[in-house]
Every structure is written in structure tokens, then in C-alpha cells.
Write a protein that binds this ligand. Sequence first.
Ligand SMILES: C[S@@+](CC[C@H](N)C(=O)[O-])C[C@H]1O[C@@H](n2cnc3c(N)ncnc32)[C@H](O)[C@@H]1O
Length: 292
Amino acid sequence: MKNEFHESVLVKKAIEALHIEKGSKYIDATLGNAGHTLEILNLGGMVLGIEIDPKMLEIAEGRLKTANKKDFKLVGGNFTEIDRIAKENGWYPVAGILFDLGVTNLHLKDLERGFSFGNSEAPLDMRMNPETQGVKGSDLLNVLREDQLRDLFEATMEPGAAKWISGRVMHSRMDKPIETVGDLLEISEGLKVGKPGLNEATLPFLAVRIAVNSELTNLEEVLPKAFDLIEKGGRLVVISFHSKEDVLVKNFFKEMTKVGAKQITFKPIMAEADEIGINRRARSAKMRVLEK
Ligand SMILES: C[S@@+](CC[C@H](N)C(=O)[O-])C[C@H]1O[C@@H](n2cnc3c(N)ncnc32)[C@H](O)[C@@H]1O
């Protein structure tokens, strides 16, 4: 089981925060491999799961079927359409909504999709849904102007570093178009950024992934829609993995306190050392909880 599915992060704490009640409706807006969804179902909650990536949706369907679960509906789509999806499925209002942002370990392990540096020959693709998204990571790096590239890289790094790497991209694509994971690895060589021990390519890859999948704008768009779907006393739980996301969540939650919502977490909840020991992805997870 450990390697077959995505290793879900902060499961116990997220489920506790959602206050699962038997027979109540929840939305898992980032279904992934249904790790969190399974726990909600095990406690008697009913789940509407939304997943953008058709491959992950299939894995989640298989996992829930094998576990003999009922009381759930799964929908393929972008969570920015959460309002339409919830209403079309009669899943409104709900007792809680969970966002566990980003990609799964399976995305990172898939050596053909360009999410990780494992295969330098792989196309620099990074689309979460290749069936509906037209623009790949390599396309962005080949067509954006230098100032647009700087904005793209500033999602994960300081302006100085973003300027440096944007210059490298411009230089590299004058020789030949940027096409592969290896091309971005080469461009990132010598980048001085991030915590000691962090691979120099980690932040450039993350920035390209965020841009390809509009991750920050999607999050900004969905938070108010999700809040609207929650019943009074219900909970919104968001697990994010980098600071720009966390700031969006933090500011949105603060704003919602002006309309009567209650922040359950003033500081984000993080994973304990034992979880980080088994799942490296947990080290950057930050969870915030809001009660409507
Ligand atoms: C960190 S994983 C979630 C893992 C899941 N909680 C579990 O336990 O298996 C995030 C998932 O959300 C999906 N995702 C990311 N952005 C999305 C979006 N805008 N709409 C719907 N799904 C999205 C990704 O494809 C990925 O499968």
C-alpha cells in the first residue's frame, strides 16, 4: 500500500479539523488517490470528490471500489468549478471542504510527465490534465517575454534569483527551443536560492508547474466559492505546500472573520517529525482551518 498510492499528508489532523459527522456531506476538492476521502468515509461522512487529473481520478475510483465504499460521488474537473459541480450533484450546503493542494507522489514518480527531475529526456510538460490544458511548461519558457518569465519565477523565489534564471532561459532558447526536463535542469545549474540542501532545480520546477496549472489564481478563485458552499458551523480546511499559497489562505481566512467566520488556527498546523520522516512531502505542508 505504501508505494502503490500517494502518501497523504496530515491525514489525522485534517480529519479531526473537519469534525466528521455520520451522514453529513463533505467535499474533497483535491481527491488525488482518495486517501483523505477514505478516512472521511470510514467515519461515516459522505464525500463529493473533485479531481482534475483523469489518471488520478481512475486510481481513486479503483481504490474506493476495492475498499467497498459507497456514499461518495467522484467528478473529474477543476475545483474552480466547485460551485457548479456541487449544485449539479445536489451536494450543497456541506459540513466541510478539504483542499490538499499541489500534486501527488505519483505525479512526481511518473517519469514521462515532466513534474520531477528523474528523467532528463522527458518533455517539460507538467499539465495536470493534458486532455483539457493546451500549454506545457516548455511552451511557457519558449514564448514568454523576459518580464513575464520573471513574474513566473517570482512565485517561488526572490526577485534577484528570478531575474537571474529568466536571463538564463532567454539565453538558452536563442540556441534552441526548450523542450525537456534536462533543458530546465541545465538552465537551473548554479542558481543560488532556497534552504541549504535544497536541489537548485526545485524552485524553478515548482514555479513552472504553478504557472502551467494556474495554481495560485485557481486557489484565489475557489476560496470564496468554497466558503459559500459551507453551512454555518462547517469547516474549511486547506493544506498548502508553499508560502505564496499559504499567504493567500491566511489572508482569505482573516477577511472572512469580518463576516463572522472563526479562525481555528492562527498559526498553521505542520506535520510532526515522525510523519516527515516517512513522507518528505510533509515537511512543507501547512494546514489552516476556518469555521463558518
Ligand atoms: C496533494 S494531492 C491530494 C492527495 C489526496 N488528498 C490523497 O490523500 O490522496 C492534490 C491533488 O489535487 C489535484 N488537483 C490539483 N489542482 C486541482 C484543481 N484545480 N482542481 C481539481 N484537482 C486538482 C491534483 O491532480 C492531485 O491529484
